[in-house]
Design a protein around this ligand. Structure first.
Ligand code: SF4
Length: 416
């Protein structure tokens, strides 16, 4: 038995080619003498940096972008992706109206009006929920949207549809970081603004391809480097940022926790922990210490495919810094042990007292535009707006009072 692979071949023949149309004039030709009528402030939605930009409008069309000098994150910079983002607006392949298969799954997609498709969608939602219950409909959304739109997605699912099954792309993207944040810090929120990089003496980037996935963040790293900040990069690939590191740790995929535990082992042995901070601000230190005792650099080197000397050098660099930052991203998080990996990264920052000071801390570099905002605004299955917990009675009561609904009508958690 097998799937009907012919389905894909048939679909392929039907589909159009969504790419550059060779031989056709550009939809957005460059004209240096065009008179710009409006500058519309917005942001680039391509990556988690979300640089501020102006869309340049002339003759009722978007004809270009300009970076915003007043936006605190990119301060007049855009990467090549952002600088060409406007070209999608008038591209002939852009879908600007609904398409619908009017006669079943095998029928072709045909142009439809918004009224027509909204009636069909609402009618199907009602019919399915009427027959199978409210939870028979699920909402899954992205978060390359403003906070306000993210908020509305969660509210639409819970109030308009009344379904517990709502989630967003962060389920795949940053859920491990969320789990680690909640387990170690008690709240799913970044500990530092990006500008803290400029105050760090050591930055440790693990599982984050900064140069290609968060291009403008590179400028913060370079500015930090200009004032003497050390850079450690751990990544199975020699990414562009890895090529500039003081210590590059090309670890074997999936061995992040071993490396981080090994570094903490060295930091403890060399007396580089912050005992006052640990005593005053943490719990579970003895268990952590007992665990990392099992990770001497020689053993970790074999697990990770690294030299023991490189692990020791990285540990000293991080442990001796006055202010050190550790940044993770999807490379460390998209693993079956992603939450544990995140917790071991946070352990490194906690054990060295690198929290609550400028240039010291831990953070995850958000993958998608507004991935953090999406869950703060209540797009996630287990969270209500403002990082409130959907199963916490006080949080439920408060949100119901804002939304004007009875607590019994607010669905409970989907899959946490
Ligand atoms: S760094 Fe990210 S948000 Fe900024 S311009 Fe490039 S793709 Fe857009």
């Amino acid at each position: 038995m097998s799937v009907d692979k012919g389905i894909f071949r048939r679909r392929q023949r039907q589909s159009e080619t969504f790419d550059y149309h060779a031989g056709e004039p550009s939809p957005t030709p460059w004209k240096s003498d065009v008179q710009i009528e409006h500058y519309v402030p917005t942001h680039c939605c391509y990556c988690g940096v979300q640089c501020g930009m102006y869309l340049k409008v002339a003759g009722g069309k978007v004809v270009g972008v300009e970076p915003r000098e007043d936006f605190p994150l990119n301060r007049g910079m855009l990467c090549p992706k952002g600088a060409t983002a406007y070209q999608t607006v008038n591209h002939p392949d852009r879908l600007t109206y609904p398409l619908m298969r009017r006669n079943g799954k095998e029928s072709p997609l045909e142009r439809a009006s918004w009224d027509e498709v909204l009636d069909v969608i609402a009618g199907r939602f009602r019919a399915i929920q009427g027959e199978y219950g409210k939870d028979a409909v699920a909402i899954y959304s992205g978060s390359s949207m403003t906070n306000e739109k993210c908020y509305l997605m969660g509210k639409f699912a819970r109030v308009a549809l009344g379904t517990r099954h709502t989630d967003y792309n962060g389920r795949l993207c940053m859920s491990s970081a969320t789990g680690a944040n909640e387990r170690s810090l008690g709240i799913d929120r970044a500990a530092n603004p990006v500008s803290d990089m400029l105050h760090a003496d050591c930055i440790f980037v693990i599982g984050a391809n900064v140069g290609e996935c968060f291009p403008i963040i590179t400028s913060y790293l370079w500015q930090a480097r200009d004032r003497g900040c050390k850079l450690i990069v751990a990544d199975p690939r020699q990414t562009p940022i890895a090529r500039t590191a003081d210590v590059f740790l090309p670890l074997r995929s999936g061995t992040d926790s071993a490396l981080l535990n090994g570094m903490l082992h060295v930091i403890i042995k060399e007396g580089l922990i912050d005992e006052d901070f640990i005593r005053a601000r943490t719990v579970g230190w003895e268990e952590t210490k007992a665990l990392v005792e099992q990770y001497p650099p020689e053993r970790v080197a074999k697990v990770c495919g690294l030299r023991p000397e490189a692990i020791i050098e990285a540990a000293r660099m991080f442990g001796q810094a006055q202010a050190a930052l550790i940044y993770t991203a999807r490379g460390l998080e998209h693993q079956s042990k992603g939450v544990d990996n995140g917790v071991t990264a946070i352990n490194l920052a906690l054990a060295t007292g690198n929290f609550g000071r400028p240039g010291a801390g831990y953070g995850t570099l958000t993958g998608q535009g507004n991935g953090q905002g999406g869950r703060e605004m209540g797009q996630k299955a287990s969270q209500l707006p403002g990082c409130r917990e959907i199963e916490n009675p006080e949080d439920r009561t408060y949100i119901c009072s804002v939304w004007g609904i009875d607590e019994k009508d607010l669905p409970h958690s989907g899959y946490p």
